[in-house]
Design a protein around this ligand. Sequence first.
Ligand code: ADP
Ligand code: MG
Length: 758
Amino acid sequence: MKKQTLKTYFGYDSFRPGQEEIIDHILAEQDVLAVMPTGAGKSLCYQLPALLMPGITVVVSPLISLMMDQVKAMNEAGIHAAYINSSLTENQIARALELAKAGQYKIIYVAPERLETPRFLDFACHTEISMITVDEAHCISQWGQDFRPSYVKILSFIRQLPLRPVVSAFTATATERVREDILSSLQLEHPYETVAGFDRENLYFEVQKTEDKKERVRTYLESHREDSGIIYCATRKGVDELYLYLDNSGFSVGRYHAGMGAEARRTSQEDFIYDRVKVMIATNAFGMGIDKSNVRCVLHYNMPQSMENYYQEAGRAGRDGEPAECILYYSPQDTVINRMLLESKEDYREYTADELRMIQAQDMERLRKMEVYCTTTKCLRAYILNYFGENAEESCGNCSNCLEEFDEMDASEAAGDVVRCVRSCGQRFGVNVIAGTLLGENTAKIRNYRMDQSPVYGKQSKMGQTLVKEVIRTMLERGYLRQTQDKYSLLKLTEKSEQLLDQESPFVISYKKEKEKKKDSGKSTAGRRSVQTEELTEKGRELFEELRRLRMELARGRSVPPYVVASDKTLRDMCVKLPLTESEMLDVNGMGAKKLEQYGGIFLEKIREITGGNRESWDPDHNTDAVAETPLTEKKAKGRKSEFRLTEEILDGIRYVPEITISDFVARINELRDEKQMKRLTIKQLTEILLEEGCLEQRFQNGYTRKCLTEKGREAGIRTEERISSKGNPYEVFLYTEKGQKYLVKLIKRMSEKDREL
Ligand code: ADP
Ligand code: MG
């Protein structure tokens, strides 16, 4: 019954993680509190049971736009639903409630302020209500960011009902405190509580450190012209500036911030939802209530104030489960802006001095963790999941850090110079002045501060700005420097700083290899054209655009947003499956019986027309058989490339050389694989095995661990070579002789076989 309803009304073949359990508990008349990330599919968890329960379901929702969209989408799917809010006249409300009383609707959305009006109470007390659903339930908590006083009244409303219905609450906010608030403010009875996994596999994460954000964003948009996206800026001024720039550059952009009039905001939002503009440039005021499913990218022009903010905003990408990209453009200036914004935050007024101090300390700590996200060289997804208290694999293979190669270098001398520089200027400056001094910059600032007289002025000019800053960042991370917590962020020495001057052991940093070389750095790592059509054939892409146009026409005709007619995912699946009959059309993801009735036929006709009714002759490259086995959409959406495996082809392709470093060797092997099918082999995986085998061992020195070669490693064909950095500091590299390379291959082979057994 559930499955059938899922297909008929919603057009899906399977539940997403967590959905079915929630639905089961609701149907067993148990209260529910479900925390699921944005885009995970909360609506379905109450809409589907609402259809199966005898009476009506009342959904409390905070925003008018949100209700309207949901009701439209449901009506399109053949579900009878209505909403009650201030956008209707009293007469319209009376009429809607009459129909509801007469059993015309299965679901009715209502704004919280309306619950206790006499008219609504009258309706509620004389109608069979099966469930009250509280959507965006965090609005009930004063600790959440979107507290709504009218939410507090929900409980007293429930108490006035003759029979207490099932109460279900949904939110994307996971903190313990907010959850407790929801439980107690709604008085949930023995609820089924669930916190769904926070991972969104279809999202690709990337951080780009750059001072030239405008240019980066422009190049990105250029290669994604067909995609819908959101760009978040920290300030209204930022929004206006970027808007003008991109508008002048000929992009289809809109803007949204609280400084605009209500009417202007509303039109702007609608233009975006109805795909009349592709890209929305906005402050964080934009978003709640944006259910648009085909947002293909969320770019952050500035670093947000916390990971909570970031993940919520980024999470608006790819709600349809299709691949989407979340890119954050970071420059250290962002930290400064955010500190200022936090310090001038207005709603601080009502707190006591003590509370204020505590809140500010908390804010700063959140900001600091956000900054770590922007600068870490580890897996971004793992960082996010750990932040939200989930375990994660060390490497996800779908973020910029996992996809990029890192190089190591001995930066002992530069680090020593940083210490000398900070010391000689009396610890009075921040990162930019110190870096500028080492680089020998000839700017007014440097001259005014007399830093051009510093003994280390220009000593690291060869290294380049990016690397010098990377050295300073790494020193901060490892505690060789610290930064003052005020808006000046001055660099200060620590008790460890001196160690870098005697240079007993090298100070090694790892840094991104590619970015410096690649000229097209505006593109994201993968540098793809349009996020969701990249796996279609040439013909398939043409068809996709054709169907997209048709969707736009249909949407206009019925005054609904295009994604309500069919999601991008549904269109793409059509281009993959090329349905020619109604039953084939029903196989398409998101195509239920009702949708088929309304739109399916029209799409079908178009596909028949374009293909001439013959898939093979229309597009010889098209491979329906392969698709039938593993739907492309599924495969790609989940980012499910298989783990690296040493295949015969790869083995055949390996050429042994007299001596090579492990990173070059691994890079050559990775080039031999089919990168569409298989994740890359990582140096980390291999290093772990080498450690297990006892060829390398970890030693702790000067505050961080170093890997050292063992006797066994030497026997296996690895040797170390002392190298001298350009400034005369010794450091070590591991070289693999031919014997060593063969040994590595043996390890990789064993690893592949073990994976297959699992
Ligand atoms: P949120 O949890 O943020 O409220 P929504 O309920 O708006 O998320 O759902 C996000 C998207 O996921 C919608 O486009 C919806 O149609 C889609 N979706 C929900 N459940 C499924 C499912 N079982 N299979 C495929 N898509 C789904
Ligand atoms: Mg929702």
